[in-house]
Write a protein that binds this ligand. Structure first.
Ligand code: PMT
Length: 223
């Protein structure tokens, strides 16, 4: 049995992609399967935390013993994250949230008849992590950064902008880690600390590293 070192902690996690509907049968989305966020939820539950898992559509088995909150769109995810935020101690945004959504969702299936081209108009979705950062009270806040180039430079900029306590950067151009895989390789970025490489390992093991660090930070600030 695992050490119950997260007992008494409430952990709020987002996982998977969001889907943004174009019409009743089509949507915009991305490659996130939810594995990373589900692994984090399972690790937290096994270490004794109360876990709330807000997840986009996925094909994964539900981790046992978690409060599961399924959502579809970024706006729904935002609403759920804000609802549970006040009671959370550790908050981890592992979801791949769509940055844009269609400006309009057609009520009926869009017809191709007579069309050689179709232009979609998109509008910005809320940046959930940024909002959580701005409302931070007692929470330790963790973001992810999915990059396809200049991992360290791009992720460092995100860490500074989003007021997170920890940013977990991963290279999603690789086939062996990132989206859909059972393993990941990440860099931990924290304000005023050197980047720390967490070499390739299971997403569960990455999750445990995240909680080891969060417990450390939590103990430090209680001193
Ligand atoms: O689900 P898997 O198949 O296991 O894949 C895992 C993963 C690659 C999706 C995961 O490891 C990961 O990187 N998740 C974050 C994906 C992402 O959206 O990254 P980003 O760099 O675009 O966003 C930065 C941070 O802001 C993320 O914490 C994201 O959740 C958050 N964000 C982004 C946009 C937005 N509108 N609102 C947000 O809160």
């Amino acid at each position: 049995d695992k050490q119950q070192d997260l007992q008494g902690k409430c952990v709020l996690i987002s996982a998977g992609s969001t889907v943004e509907p174009l019409d009743p049968v089509r949507y915009l989305s991305n490659n996130s399967t939810g594995k990373m966020g589900f692994s984090i939820a399972q690790a937290a539950q096994q270490r004794g935390a109360e876990v709330i898992l807000v997840a986009g559509p996925n094909h994964l088995a539900l981790p046992t013993g978690v409060n599961y909150q399924p959502v579809k769109t970024a706006q729904q995810m935002e609403q759920k994250m804000l609802e549970f935020y006040p009671q959370a101690d550790f908050v981890i945004m592992a979801a791949a949230v769509a940055d844009f959504r269609p400006m309009r969702t057609a009520e009926q299936k869009i017809k191709k008849t007579g069309l050689d081209q179709l232009t979609l108009e998109l509008v910005r979705n809320p940046d959930i992590l940024l909002e959580l950062g701005n409302r931070k009270q007692q929470q330790l806040l963790v973001g992810f950064a999915a990059e396809t180039q200049q991992l360290l430079a791009n992720a460092t900029a995100k860490m500074q902008r989003k007021k997170v306590d920890l940013l977990v950067a991963n290279d999603v151009s690789r086939a062996d880690v990132g989206f859909g895989t059972s393993q990941n390789e990440v860099v931990f970025l924290r304000p005023q600390a050197d980047p720390q490489l967490v070499s390739k390992r299971s997403k569960s093991a990455i999750a445990d590293k995240i909680f080891d660090l969060l417990l450390d930070l939590d103990h430090q600030r209680r001193k």
